[in-house]
Design a protein around this ligand. Sequence first.
Ligand code: FAD
Length: 235
Amino acid sequence: MAEIKKYKISKIDSSIKDIAILQMEPLNGAIEPFTPGQFIYMHILDESGNSIEKKPYSIASSPKSPYLEFCIKLVNGKVTGKLAAMKSGDVVGIEGPQGHFAYKDQAKAIFLAGGTGIAPMMSMLRSINEKQLRGEFVFFYSTKNDGSIIYRKELAALAAQNPGIRIIITITQESTADWKGEKGRINGALIAKHLTEVKDYDSWMCGPLEMIKGLRTALVENGADIKRMKMEGWG
Ligand SMILES: Cc1cc2nc3c(=O)[nH]c(=O)nc-3n(C[C@H](O)[C@H](O)[C@H](O)COP(=O)(O)OP(=O)(O)OC[C@H]3O[C@@H](n4cnc5c(N)ncnc54)[C@H](O)[C@@H]3O)c2cc1C
């Protein structure tokens, strides 16, 4: 088994219902460098520091960040039930990084995500912004209501800071009267409304497995090349 590094929780943001954004700092050295989009295994440790449970989580922070950030839906399961009870200063184990769902500075990129599928996309968008990459980076994000838009302010700031970044948020269930953005699921028509030509783009999709299947079809309908698609599904 790969080495497990101990990380201390340094910040917890619980401002969105049933979501925890956790920042963690290394206690005995950081994990190996990662590429935006990759995931780690998070281990719950017993009092002696031995692993008792583990689950994979996508890294939401950029590779340059001094901490690791995760965006986790709390479903009261084996790992999320324990994470929900944690406080700043508590320690978990991190093993990794792993995975082929990686963004390598491609200049024409479409990112599509639902719910906590935003986690790896934040790593990608933050990295694009930090490196001041030039290109076209279009992020389609779907979430249930306008109160559950994770990273809402930061997404707006990223689009303001990098002229190539565009953020399209769509609300799939109830929205408030203030909501001026898109409504309904991400489908072929929504993609075509915001992007006239998808043929030359690489794409990354992350969210529930059923959603990913629909997103793939929506991209293919618009002429995207299936060989240039990367998918990560869970839930
Ligand atoms: C590569 C990869 C990356 C992942 N990255 C993330 C991430 O960034 N953020 C994140 O939140 N999750 C992520 N996941 C999912 C994560 O690994 C766990 O499966 C999830 O947190 C549930 O673990 P648990 O031990 O708490 O629940 P379990 O004890 O395994 O399950 C408890 C119950 O919750 C249900 N359940 C599990 N997941 C969900 C869900 N999403 N919504 C509703 N019900 C659910 C199960 O069906 C089960 O009934 C990722 C999975 C993979 C494979």
